[in-house]
Design a protein around this ligand. Structure first.
Ligand code: 6PG
Length: 497
């Protein structure tokens, strides 16, 4: 009997799509899911594929013993199950069913990176635990996702050919190519266990912020410039032809030009304005706060989702907090649109700078030695934040792998210099008209704080010393020398602490 190269446990949307993608690339795959309906559905779709030349064979397993019996050795098993305890319970069941020490289990879910690190420890000596974070949603998984792998290096040697075959690919200019075309794969080994899931977590944090930025521009166009959804969609289409070209811009343009099949109104206008979240953006924001590596726009994007979900409070606020704002009537629409375009570009860059800075902090702390050019490269296609300017980010890190901050790369210094007026005008218009832009304005504050050689933290530190004797350093001495001023004494003197 022909044995399978890999098994997929969990045949939900992502697991099934990855399995079909593997079959497409000629690998033999075993599929298992506790749901019979999921098993049947995967088998039906696999059979349809099998009628074509060059596709892999599919084995539908009904229990874990069948999974193990169907595979070539060393056995490689990918899990596509919900993040959390279920990952461990499946691995424990696989060990009980006879999985051996040199065999490989890959977690492809959106697991918390610290859980991945713990699992690596827990299963050391029992199996090769490996992780691969997958981005791209259902379509990406089916036709070419971005794959962020980490963990046991030997496990990577086994899975690399499969992962590179199914990943999205780019041409020599960094542009995506078709599923069956040759190109550079968006799959990479990023470091020890945890690194891949960490990088994917930051990807999702950037995704949250990127989505929020686009939504704020839409809100302003709709509320202040009085543009119908269809027209906004067309403007987004135009923007998507230039520096703002990205998957999220593309789908936003399409969404805005779609009608509701029930009422024929613009679809976006019948969708309730309460945003959900599964938690990866929150994890990024929490990690940023814990590490003291500021990613304020990512945090703002999480807060914006939270505030959107407080719909009843906002309904009350809309009637209680009426106040005069600058009327929009005098605004020049073409000028405002130009400014919004610049604001979106600059704010997006600021978000990426925050995300990469956060990864740099953690890479040093965890000794991961992350390669930022490589990370930017594998985000150029397949993943949700894929965008044309990831090629520029790749080039920036290739030119200087130690770049202190992405915003310091010469190309981006010039871009922001040329576009910053529109960014500032947009934030000012948001404040004057009362249409909120929490992400765009926080991105500008991050940028301006980065430009401030002196921040008002001198006063803040003096306040801390005043009420809590928390001490201060002096600008005219070494920072290690700490002092306290005797604030409550009749004569204030400086004492060493
Ligand atoms: C991806 C997505 C994917 C998923 C998010 C959505 O890269 O393919 O990020 O991971 O769509 O988990 O997250 P929220 O439900 O929190 O928006």
């Amino acid at each position: 009997m022909t044995r399978s190269n890999i098994a997929m446990i969990g045949l939900g949307v992502m697991g099934k799509s990855l399995a079909l993608n593997l079959l497409d690339q000629g690998f033999n795959v075993t599929g298992f899911d506790i749901s019979e309906a999921h098993r049947e559905r995967a088998e039906t779709e696999a059979k349809q594929l099998a009628q074509q030349v060059g596709k892999g064979g599919f084995v539908k397993a009904t229990d874990l013993n069948q999974v193990l019996d169907s595979l070539v050795k060393p056995r490689v098993i990918a899990l596509s199950v919900p993040a959390g305890n279920i990952v461990e319970s499946v691995i424990d069941d696989l060990l009980e069913a006879g999985l051996e020490q040199d065999e490989i289990v890959i977690d492809t879910g959106n697991s918390l990176w610290t859980d991945t690190e713990d699992r690596e420890q827990k299963y050391q000596g029992k199996l090769r635990f490996f992780s691969t974070a997958v981005s791209g949603g259902e379509v990406g998984a089916r036709t070419g996702p971005a794959l962020m792998a980490s963990g046991d290096r030997q496990a990577w040697n086994y899975v690399q050919p499969m992962w590179e075959a199914i990943a999205a690919k780019v041409d020599s200019k960094g542009l995506p190519v078709g599923q069956f075309e040759q190109g550079e794969p968006c799959a990479a080994y990023l470091g020890p266990a945890g690194a891949g899931h960490y990088v994917k977590m930051v990807h999702n944090g950037i995704e949250y912020a990127d989505m929020q930025l686009i939504c704020e521009v839409y809100h302003f166009m709709s509320e202040v410039l009085d543009m119908p959804a269809l027209e906004i969609g067309r403007v987004f289409d135009t923007w998507n032809q230039g520096v703002l070209n990205s998957y999220l811009m593309e789908i936003s343009a399409e969404i805005l030009q779609t009608s509701d099949p029930i009422t024929s109104k613009p679809f976006v206008e019948v969708v309730l304005d309460k945003a959900g979240q599964k938690g990866t953006g929150l994890w990024t924001a929490v990690n940023s706060l814990q590490q003291g590596a500021p990613a304020p726009t990512i945090a703002q994007a999480v807060f914006a989702r939270a505030q959107s979900s407080q719909k009843s409070t906002r309904v009350l606020g809309a009637s209680r907090l009426k106040m005069h704002v600058q009327p929009s009537s005098g605004m020049n629409k073409e000028e405002a649109l130009g400014e919004l375009h610049e604001a979106l570009y600059c704010a997006k860059l600021s978000v990426y700078a925050q995300g990469f800075d956060l990864m740099k902090t953690m890479s040093v702390k965890e000794e991961w030695d992350l390669d930022f050019a490589h990370i930017a490269k594998i985000w150029r296609a397949g993943c949700i934040i894929r965008a044309v300017f990831l090629q520029d980010i790749t080039s920036a890190y290739q030119a200087d792998p130690q770049l202190e901050n992405l915003l310091f790369a010469q190309r981006f210094v010039e871009e922001v210099h040329n576009r910053s007026f529109g960014w500032r005008a947009t934030v000012a218009n948001s404040a004057l008209t009362g249409v909120p832009m929490p992400a765009i304005s926080s991105a500008l504050s991050y940028f301006d704080s980065l430009r401030c050689e002196v921040l008002p933290a001198n006063l803040l530190q003096a306040q801390r010393d005043y009420f809590g004797a928390h001490s201060y350093s002096r600008i005219d001495e070494e920072e290690v020398n700490k002092y306290h001023l005797t604030w409550s004494a009749d004569e204030r003197i400086q004492v060493s602490v």
